[in-house]
Design a binder for this molecule. Sequence first.
Ligand code: B1M
Length: 235
Amino acid sequence: MSDEEDDLILADLPDDELVPQMFDDLYDGLREEIEEAVNILLSRGWEPYRILTEALVGGMTIVGKDFRDGILFVPEVLLAANAMKGGMAILKPLLAETGAPRVGKMVIGTVKGDIHDIGKNLVSMMMEGAGFEVVDIGINNAVEKYLDALETEQPDILGMSALLTTTMPYMKVVIDTMAEKGIRDDYIVLVGGAPLNEEFGRAIGADAYCRDAAVAVETAKTFMARKHNQVTHAD
Ligand code: B1M
């Protein structure tokens, strides 16, 4: 690291240099620096929502693209997401107070019989990074758990994860049960996990299979835009 970088004092940077510096710090997974920068922007009168969208989501978009393109790998993305979480933890209560617009809400969980959660956690963090509200119901979820969460949380999206060939068929159980209860079409259902593919996603009646966390974010955004268009046309 050069002396110049060693001596960098975030509080001395004007806004138009601090925000690009935050992009770099997010990319490098520097949680403390992100937390400090968020506090600096707040002290300069930035609205929490502006910090979220321009600085944090802006930075995570770059991380997401480089992850998609194979330039960054899982460990680096987890670090970036952790830095993002540090910033989000400061902003979250303030956002709740100021009623910031929400990109969308997702309930996500790993299916029954399956305890793998690293990929699911990464998806959750990247979705939060993109401005979604995420309710993570954890691992080993029976269909009742999913249905309870849908009823309580009223999300736009249901995300399911499975890493085992023996547990992935359970996703169909959940979707079929939703259909039986007449609520299947109330939600966008996205599925993911290493043993899945697009054909499987289609066969079980999901809206889309997401290869990785970056694809999950892009797919969720596309479906949310469609949903909003439908609502506008219906008005
Ligand atoms: Co397990 N395991 N494991 N394991 N494990 C696999 C999956 C396996 C492929 C390893 C192997 O044999 N080569 C194999 C499955 C074989 C198969 O089904 N055909 C396997 C096995 C067999 C098992 C056990 C049965 C082993 C045993 O006990 N005999 C056992 C099962 C336990 C259970 O679940 N009931 C088991 C246990 C474990 C550990 C506990 C040791 C640990 C899990 C720790 C944890 O998750 N907290 C573990 C791990 C780490 C793995 C491997 C090595 C890595 C998985 C991982 O985290 N990948 C895995 C081998 C592998 O996949 N290479 C393996 C990194 C992660 C970022 O990727 O999860 O694919 P991934 O998530 C991606 C995408 O798939 C996608 O986005 C993510 C981020 O880009 N995605 C979604 C995932 N979920 C999504 C949901 C979405 C959207 C996208 O919703 C919208």
